[in-house]
Design a binder for this molecule. Sequence first.
Ligand SMILES: Nc1ncnc2c1ncn2[C@@H]1O[C@H](COP(=O)(O)OP(=O)(O)OP(=O)(O)O)[C@@H](O)[C@H]1O
Ligand SMILES: [Mg+2]
Length: 354
Amino acid sequence: MWSLFGGGKNKIVGIDIGTSGIKAVELEHSPSSQEVSLKNYVLLGFSENLPQKERERRITKEEIVGLLKVALKQSKIKTRNASFSIPAFSSFVSFVTMPRVQEEDIRKAITIEAQKFIPVSLEEVVLGWEVIDEPEGKEIANIRDQNKMKVLLLAVPRDIVARYKEIASACGLNLKNLEVEAFPLLRSLTFNFQKTFVVADIGARVCNLLVVSNGSLRGARNIGLGGEDLTEVIARSVNIAYERAEELKKNEGLFNKQVAELLIPALGNIIDELKRVIAVYRSKNPNKEIDELVLSGGTAQLRGIVELFSDRLNIPTTIGDPWKKLTIDNKIKSAIESRGTSFSIAIGLALKNE
Ligand SMILES: Nc1ncnc2c1ncn2[C@@H]1O[C@H](COP(=O)(O)OP(=O)(O)OP(=O)(O)O)[C@@H](O)[C@H]1O
Ligand SMILES: [Mg+2]
């Protein structure tokens, strides 16, 4: 019915509230052609928009609401249908192998299973799950023979869910979906479902690592390390202001020998964590190769990072391009290239339209 008036098109905005700023992307889905086109987008950095922001302070809900309203207005995003991402560090993700049960018994069985894996009371969380129907490698025999199933278990604290509901409603938005970051990342950055990928989304404070194979999430981890830590290392070691260090990091990156010497040890921690994630996957899937490492998040724009990661891990490494799935008007194309990698989560959120 609505299509009579709306031309059969639906708009949705994906909103990623990261630790360094808000990213929002408005996409239009055309059901007839399956085309998804970019309507509007915005990146609003916290440090430029909050007076005297102390970096360590947690930004309040009221400040987020205020900035999100500004961001939506500035970018002329009109649709009220919005999906938000939940940061990886605010959720629990586990992969569980459990006895196979009928569809109608699944909630009960998963609740029992979840008690073993989730470190807080189940009353405090909202539970979600996905049955992974295609077990891989060594798991195949184990799962099929013993009539088990592999389940991806998710839990998000109720107060976090409430916080996003309040933010949406204060901004006059209809909350369509709340998704843990891993899923929108997977949606916007993986193209070939035959391949096995590792995705590293390196933001300002957090690095999100995923293993994706046959289009499903097979592993997830996050560490508290990101671009702010890199800037701080430079500021401290060279004894310059944070803002100057941020500039040096963005302009020179690893192509500057002195900057590289300072940053490579910190990036080494991310590389070591990636090695651990890959080793876990390989131990379960000895016959499978990791085909590609896909970098995302603002820190993926660090000059020289692709060369460093591919050299240290010996895996073909690329910078993910979440814009590739979208039809983009020529007028905004050139502006996008300079800020591309921060938007993977916001785009992935708005790619889901159900
Ligand atoms: N050209 C560049 N070179 C190096 N770092 C960059 C560049 N551009 C942006 N960054 C860094 O990217 C980071 C911001 O990335 P992003 O937008 O993905 O973070 P976020 O989502 O806000 O943070 P998080 O995911 O940790 O909550 C900042 O630390 C910024 O310094
Ligand atoms: Mg982020």
